[in-house]
Design a protein around this ligand. Structure first.
Ligand code: 5AD
Length: 420
């Protein structure tokens, strides 16, 4: 039976576990007098499940069923065991530093109509904007001076030549303006501007961007189709991820967690997908309804399962860390939108990247992919102080002036060199 990512069966919700039969067998083994119909007591189930979770965590590779079982864990002791294991993998493979990428949402003009997204083309209530190149370079200078080391340029998706050459120019200008003794290669630049042709990806790379984020949104073709119009295809998204790698980028992908109809099996397949495509970076966050979208009707249902979705999102971070080990994982703004301390929680569950806001305040409100976006009224300086304080409060150190490339990328390059 498929278990919904947010189960509606109260018994399952309490147990939150797929190994019920195995526990029943253990219960009868513990006392052969017990009849088949007799149910194990709750303390017995809890003890057994913790043993099973610990057994899974002791493995070095995880099966699909292992991943499903880890993602299904709900008992606080089990979740804490998973979080601890993920944190150890983080420290062993990536260290404890948190890498900062200043986020500039430089345009909300979008040619796409994703059903979940607040800046979709069909949302006529959004005031559209595109920052000037000077504003983008100004934000980049701020990042360099603030010690962020890297920045992310994100926008709605457009494929016209005007847009492509604008991005290319902006990347070149940022590189030119941010080279210094502290940053001899200039700021590290991550692009997040959607699906483009292989030729455009090469142009962006040649201009100086070296990382690219393109979420698959869900690794289930069925779900992908249910949240996108027919002109956006799962296959095209996959092809883009392959082209990005061919162009030389460090490639980031990710999914939305808690989509209507998404199951825990789908989420397990998402984790396996990250591993299969050998992603260097992962960014995931909970689905948050935007009222001016075709998916607004899910608002009440989503509100009712908010806590569940947040907990799934955190377990997804931990399990992705366990499976993908040396990748960079972002603790996303959507986590914070859902829960004020969400980003800190993401870091405690195995994330090692945070993207402080550097979008000029005057347009921040116009870039709302979902409702409840935080940090709308703080300026970039305030965001920096607040974020660094929050990171330090966790006993972690914000990296300063470092690109903070994922170790996975180096390993991938070395492996490719050996293969040649
Ligand atoms: N809830 C959560 N995440 C969203 N995104 C877009 N809209 C939403 C939403 N309503 C995410 C998508 C996209 C990224 C830029 O933002 O995953 O790839």
């Amino acid at each position: 039976m498929r278990q919904s990512a947010v189960p509606d069966n109260p018994r399952r919700r309490r147990l939150g576990w797929t190994g019920t039969e195995a526990i029943g067998r253990a219960w009868r083994r513990a006392d052969p007098e017990r009849s088949v119909g007799e149910r194990p007591t709750v303390p017995f189930i809890k003890r057994r499940r913790l043993v099973m979770i610990s057994h899974i965590l002791s493995k070095s590779t995880f099966s699909r069923q292992d991943i499903i079982d880890l993602l299904s864990a709900r008992d606080p002791a089990e979740v804490e065991a998973i979080r601890n294991a993920a944190y150890r993998v983080l420290v062993d493979n990536c260290g404890t530093k948190v890498y900062l990428r200043g986020l500039v949402e430089f345009s909300n003009r979008c040619a796409c109509n994703c059903y979940y997204c607040g800046i979709r083309k069909g949302n006529v209530e959004v005031k559209r904007y595109t920052l000037t190149k000077d504003e983008i370079v100004g934000a980049a200078r701020f990042c360099a001076e603030a010690g962020y080391g890297s920045m992310v340029l994100q926008s709605g998706e457009r494929r016209d030549e005007r847009f492509v050459s604008f991005v290319e120019d902006a990347v070149r200008a940022i590189k030119r303006e941010t080279i210094s003794n502290a940053l001899p290669r200039g700021l590290g630049i991550t692009l997040s501007v959607g699906e483009q042709t292989p030729d455009v990806y090469r142009r962006f790379f040649d201009a100086g961007a070296h990382r690219y984020l393109l979420r698959i949104e869900t690794s289930s073709p069925r779900l992908f189709t249910s949240i996108h119009p027919s002109r956006q295809s799962f296959e095209a998204r996959l092809a883009c991820l392959a082209s990005l790698k061919d162009a030389g980028f460090q490639v980031g992908t990710g999914v939305i967690i808690g989509l209507p109809g998404q199951t825990v099996e789908d989420l397990a397949d998402d984790v396996l997908f990250f591993r299969a495509i050998d992603a260097d970076m992962i960014g995931m966050g909970p689905y948050i309804v935007h009222k001016q979208t075709p998916m607004a009707s899910h608002d009440e249902a989503m509100a009712a399962r908010k806590k569940d979705t947040l907990e799934f999102a955190l377990r997804m971070i931990a399990v992705t860390r366990l499976v993908c080990r040396d990748v960079n994982i972002a603790s996303t703004t959507a986590l914070q939108a859902m829960e004020p301390l969400g980003r800190e929680m993401g870091l405690l569950y195995g994330a090692n990247v945070v993207m402080p806001q550097v979008t000029p305040q005057r347009v921040r409100r116009d870039y709302q992919l979902y409702e409840g976006k935080p940090c709308l009224d703080e300026n970039a300086q305030q965001c920096r102080a607040c974020l660094c304080g929050r990171i330090r409060s966790l006993g972690r150190e914000p990296a300063s002036g470092e690109w903070g490339d994922p170790r996975h990328f180096d390993a991938r390059q070395r492996h490719a060199a050996i293969q040649q």
